[in-house]
Design a protein around this ligand. Sequence first.
Ligand SMILES: [Zn+2]
Length: 86
Amino acid sequence: MTDDQMGNCGSDCEDALERLEAFLDGELPQDDLGDIEQHLADCYPCTDRASFEEQLRAIVRRGCTDQAPPALLERIRTHLGDASVS
Ligand SMILES: [Zn+2]
């Protein structure tokens, strides 16, 4: 992850993003759910990230990236590119 993507995120954000996958999968315990929802309500970068991940999941589930909006596809390529470079 680059500094750009983190924006003004602090340790709360790292915590929230770490649990984002479980959150989107509906696998978070109730206690954590409240924390992350509260954080997303207050933090635009994390909300943006969460909605991006959500769209990504929806597209992957449908298995039809051909029908995704070009702007989103571009973000997915960037995202996957970043993820594969470590
Ligand atoms: Zn955040």
